[in-house]
Design a protein around this ligand. Sequence first.
Ligand code: FES
Length: 163
Amino acid sequence: MSEHTTGPVDRILAANQGAPRAALIPLLQEIQDLEGYLSQESISRIGRHLGLSAAKVYGVATFYNQFRFAPRGRYHFMLCRGTACHVKGSRRLLEAVTRALGIQPGETSRDRVFSLEVVACMGACGLAPALAVNGEMHARVTPLKLSRIIDACRAGEVGHVQA
Ligand code: FES
């Protein structure tokens, strides 16, 4: 961990000097927005800044679904497990996606190409079961459609490497 770096995180912390503990959640949100996830270093620094242990900060952060503790992959899959999507087969989809990507919800593949997040409802229940990839919504996803989406992502990755 670097104690002496200066950068955007330092600026966020400096802007919240003397911030009360109630500022913990907004601070976590701001740093996640900046870095895409909450690293161990960021958690420790926020803790020191607010006078809280890193364990306390981590404990609070894990209570909320919105926080991630690993960087997102190039393709971030958000699979809905809300009621409407559940009724339409999202459980089967979750099994298929974890098998195909080799990761569990909240994880990022080692090559950082894929990451997976499970959410409660994306507000698109009419599209159930719904899957968003980098914010783009896919409706009525079947395991076959899912495998085509994954293939398309992989093809995009190949194109990126060749570019
Ligand atoms: S339950 Fe899946 S979008 Fe609402």
